[in-house]
Design a protein around this ligand. Structure first.
Ligand code: BGC
Length: 361
C-alpha cells in the first residue's frame, strides 16, 4: 500500500526551512561582499545570438546535468568550503553531462533599498560561470537561491525580488538560448495560490526583456512533487519548463544532515527494497502525469543523497531515481557536484566512481 507521506514530509520540510533561514539570515542593509573571488578572465565571448527554442525541445536538450551546489549560493562564495573553479566545468563536460544548474544567492549582492541594484562585480562573477559553461557547449540554468527573507517576509521583499529579476533578465537578454532562467529555488512558507501569483507577476518582468527565453518554475513545499501538483503556470506563455526536486525518503537522503533537526536519528538508514522503489515509481508517475495533463515539459532540478548515507545505498538510490526519471522522459540535474552530496572528490580531482556510474551508466 502506498502511504501519503506528505504531512510528515511537510513538517520535516518546515523545520528544515526554519533551520536554513536561521543559518543563512543576512544583515540588512547588506554590505556588498568583499569576497568575490578573483578569476582568470575568459576571452570576450562570441556566442551565437539568442534564437528562441521550443520549451519541450529545450527540456530534451538538457540531458543529464549537475548542480554546482554550495558555491555561488553560499552566504558568500567559499563560506561553505567550495569555490567555483574553471576545472569543474571541464570535469562535468568530460564526464558527458549536458547541463549545469547554477544556484546563485543574488540577494547577498543586491542593495537593500530601491532601486535594489545588483553589485556589478557579482554580475561579473556569474557571467564568468555562465560563459565557462557556454564556451563548452553546456546548457546552464541560473536561478535565485536562498533568498530566505523572501520566504519569511514575502510581501516586503517582493519588490526587491522582482527588481533583481528585471536586472538579471536584462543583463542576459542577448545570451544564447542554452542559458535558462529558474525563478526561485524551493519556494516554501507561503500558499501555492500566492506563489502562483508571485511567479506570474515576476515572470512579467522577465518577459519585458526576454519574451521567449525558456524559464523554469517549480511549485511550493520546496519544489516537491506535492508542490508541483499545485503549480499553475501562466497559460499564455509557451516558454516555460516545470521543475521539481526529489529527496524521498528524507530519512534516507538527509540522514545526519546538520541542517535537518533530528536527522541524526536516521543515521544507518539504508535503501533498496522493492517497497523503497515503489515510492519513487509512485512519485515519478504523479509528476509525469501532471506534466502530461498540463502539457508542460518537466525537469528534475535536484536529487541526491547526503554523504553520511552508506555508499552502496546512495549509488542504488541515485541510479534508481535517475533511471525512473529517464523512463518518464524527465531530464535531471544531480545535487551536488562537490559539496555535501558530492559525486566528485575535490581533493582527489576525481569522480566518485559509484555515484558517477549511477548517474552515467
Ligand atoms: C539546498 C541545499 C541543500 C539541498 C539538499 C538545496 O536546494 O539549497 O542547501 O543541501 O537542497 O537539502
Amino acid at each position: 500500500m502506498k502511504i501519503d507521506k506528505a504531512p510528515v514530509l511537510l513538517t520535516v520540510m518546515l523545520v528544515c526551512a526554519m533551520l536554513i533561514a536561521a543559518c543563512s539570515a543576512q544583515p540588512t542593509p547588506i554590505p556588498l561582499p568583499t569576497v568575490i573571488p578573483t578569476q582568470t578572465p575568459i576571452p570576450t565571448p562570441t556566442f551565437a545570438p539568442f534564437v528562441p527554442m521550443d520549451a519541450a525541445a529545450q527540456a530534451d536538450a538538457l540531458g543529464r546535468g549537475m548542480n554546482f551546489g554550495n558555491m555561488l549560493e553560499a552566504p558568500s562564495e567559499g563560506a561553505w568550503n567550495v569555490t567555483l573553479q574553471e576545472s569543474y566545468f571541464d570535469a562535468v563536460k568530460d564526464a558527458g553531462f549536458k547541463t549545469i544548474r547554477l544556484p546563485v544567492r543574488w540577494s547577498a549582492y543586491t542593495s537593500a533599498e530601491p532601486p535594489y541594484t545588483i553589485d556589478p562585480a557579482w554580475f561579473e562573477r556569474v557571467d564568468w560561470a555562465v560563459q565557462n559553461a557556454l564556451a563548452r557547449d553546456l546548457n546552464i540554468v541560473v536561478n535565485v537561491h536562498h533568498y530566505s527573507e523572501l520566504m519569511t517576509d514575502t510581501e516586503r521583499e517582493l519588490p526587491r525580488f522582482q527588481a533583481m529579476w528585471r536586472q538579471i533578465a536584462e543583463h542576459y537578454k542577448d545570451y544564447p538560448a542554452n542559458l535558462v532562467f529558474e525563478l526561485y529555488n524551493e519556494p516554501n512558507g507561503m500558499s501555492a495560490k500566492r506563489w502562483n501569483e508571485i511567479a506570474a507577476e515576476t515572470l512579467e518582468g522577465v518577459r519585458e526583456s526576454n519574451p521567449t527565453r525558456n524559464v523554469m518554475l517549480g511549485g511550493t513545499d520546496f519544489n516537491s512533487v506535492n508542490g508541483l501538483l499545485e503549480l499553475q503556470l501562466p497559460k499564455d506563455d509557451p516558454h516555460l519548463i516545470a521543475t521539481f526536486h526529489y529527496y524521498l525518503p528524507l530519512e534516507f537522503t538527509h540522514q545526519g544532515a546538520d541542517w535537518v533537526n533530528g536527522s541524526n536519528a536516521w543515521l544507518g538508514t539504508t535503501w533498496g527494497t522493492g517497497n523503497d522503489k515503489s515510492y519513487i515509481d509512485y512519485d515519478m508517475d504523479r509528476a509525469s502525469r501532471w506534466a502530461k495533463e498540463n502539457a508542460r515539459p518537466l525537469w528534475l532540478g535536484e536529487f541526491g543523497a547526503y554523504r553520511k548515507a552508506d555508499m552502496d545505498s546512495r549509488a542504488k538510490w541515485t541510479a534508481y531515481t535517475a533511471r525512473e526519471a529517464e523512463r518518464h522522459k524527465i531530464n535531471w540535474a544531480y545535487w551536488d557536484f562537490a559539496a555535501d552530496f558530492a559525486a566528485y572528490d575535490r581533493a582527489e580531482n576525481a569522480w566518485i566512481q559509484p555515484l558517477l556510474k549511477a548517474l552515467m551508466p
